[in-house]
Design a protein around this ligand. Structure first.
Ligand code: GUN
Length: 281
């Protein structure tokens, strides 16, 4: 039976550490600040943004939420981003995705100052991650690495399989595992022998967005299984990409959904915001 990796507890521990760091920064006259921009009324995005603001308040980070109407033009949004780029109280800028269809997310992200890009979505920061010389890591993959490391799992020399190749999770996740000397395979919708490749994994990261796509027959006995999925099942309940009940019996470590990777994402955003506050501009 697998040991459950408790993302909520690990997250609480890291936030406690960061609270102390905020106190130290404020003693040096540095007050970390985060600006979050949300455009439109997407209910899930509104919940995420509310949670981000609450998390900032809990550890003493100054935060501002800019709620813009669905009809906001690209020029208006760009003007706000540029204003925040020049705002000394703001160290981190996060534009909540997805944006309404008439807005070009790439264009908006490319206009966030790279040293305030706490999502690490700007191509400059994406490139820095590729080289291994970075200030910010994207929040979800960084959270996964914390969960793995704080569970005492050593990535060095392990077979790591990442299922999913998104720019937000799969691709950067593979780079971070590679940096820790994992032997990394990325699988995706066109992968031919998915089950077989997954069975070779010592560390399996599922980031697909499909309920229970990772079944027990795809998991090696004793593997570490990290579930990044956030799906709703037929009853509307939150569930991951992994068939948890069955895989739990084979894995050595497993993250639950909810309570695994989810809580870590905001924690890593807070960490990036503190990092941004200490960067020389
Ligand atoms: N929407 C869903 N996840 C994220 C994230 O990590 N960052 C931003 N900006 N938007 C998101």
């Amino acid at each position: 039976m697998a040991q459950i990796i408790d993302g909520k507890a690990i997250s609480a521990q890291i936030r406690e550490e960061m609270k102390q760091e905020v106190v130290r920064l404020k003693e040096q006259g540095i007050c970390p600040g985060l600006a979050v921009i949300i455009v439109g009324e997407d209910p899930a995005s509104k919940v995420y943004v509310r949670n981000k603001k609450k998390a900032c308040e809990e550890i003493g980070i100054y935060s501002v939420v800019h709620e813009l109407s669905e009809q906001t033009s690209e020029e208006e949004l760009l003007a706000l981003v540029r204003q925040l780029n020049g705002d000394e109280r703001i160290n981190g800028i996060l534009v909540q995705l997805p944006l309404p269809k008439h807005l070009n997310s790439d264009l908006i992200i490319n206009n966030i100052s790279p040293n305030k890009d706490v999502d690490a979505f700007h191509p400059f920061n994406v490139g820095k991650i590729m080289i291994g010389d970075y200030d910010f890591l994207p929040c979800t993959p960084a959270g996964v690495m914390e969960l793995i490391e704080r569970s005492g799992v050593d990535v060095n020399g392990k077979n790591c399989v990442v299922v999913g190749r998104s720019n937000i999770v799969g691709k950067p996740q593979a780079m971070l595992l590679l940096q820790k000397n994992g032997t990394v395979t990325i699988c995706h919708s066109r992968t031919k022998n998915l089950a077989e490749i997954c069975r070779s994994a010592d560390i399996l990261v599922a980031a697909v967005g499909k309920e229970a796509i990772i079944t027990a027959d795809m998991v090696k006995e004793g593997a570490v299984v990290i579930d990044v999925g956030m799906n709703r099942n037929a009853e509307g309940k939150l569930c991951g990409d992994v068939d948890f009940a069955a895989v739990e019996k084979k894995a050595s470590f497993i993250t639950p959904v909810p309570g695994g990777v989810g809580p870590m994402t905001i924690t890593m955003l807070l960490k990036n915001t503190l990092k941004a506050a200490t960067l020389k501009k």
